[in-house]
Design a protein around this ligand. Structure first.
Ligand code: CO
Length: 174
């Protein structure tokens, strides 16, 4: 697990930051730009395609996503419409290392958000981008992949994460 951008650090389950219901961004200033840059650094360092602010310990409604089309930041994002048709996809999460969950979600979503200057924009996603957007959006409401698991699978997954955390600690000690 690598961190970047000075003080920002990737938070791993069961860090309580991951369960926070985040607050809207109201100041579109240099600090916000710095946060976005720091989040992007951490996402790329860890080979992620999306990251939400709670994953770096910030309780604000900020997402960064790059599914291969370049980096976009979504401030105060909202999902305004979901398709009725859903599909399942195997999802992972940087905050849940070693865990993957088959999650059924709408195939297409319409969204609106603000950019880092505060300007509103909207659009529509489908397929992978729609899944990533919904996954990251869940983070803003404290919702994690493991919430989509049945309780028994969730129990063994959280034990697996705890074990990996212990192993990671051992390996950084040398
Ligand atoms: Co995630």
């Amino acid at each position: 697990m690598r961190s970047g951008a000075g003080q920002l650090e990737l938070r791993v389950y069961p860090d309580p930051c991951l369960r926070v219901v985040t607050e809207p961004v109201t100041e579109f200033d240099d600090r916000l730009t710095g946060t976005i840059r720091g989040m992007a650094d951490i996402m790329y360092l860890n080979q992620g395609i999306g990251l939400a602010a709670p994953q770096v310990g910030i309780g604000k409604r900020i997402l960064v996503i790059d599914t291969g089309e370049g980096l976009t930041a979504y401030i105060n994002p909202e999902i305004v419409e979901c398709s009725k048709d859903k599909s399942a996809m195997e999802e992972g999460c940087l905050s849940l290392p070693g865990v993957s969950v088959n999650v059924k979600r709408p195939v297409r979503v319409k969204f609106k958000a603000q950019n880092e200057k505060g300007d509103f924009f909207c659009g529509e996603f489908e397929a992978l981008e729609a899944k990533v957007f919904q996954h990251e959006f869940d983070h803003l409401n404290g919702r994690l992949l493991i919430d989509y698991m049945n309780p028994i699978v969730r129990f063994s997954a959280s034990k697996k994460i705890a074990r990996r955390k212990r192993e990671a600690k051992c390996s950084t000690r040398k």
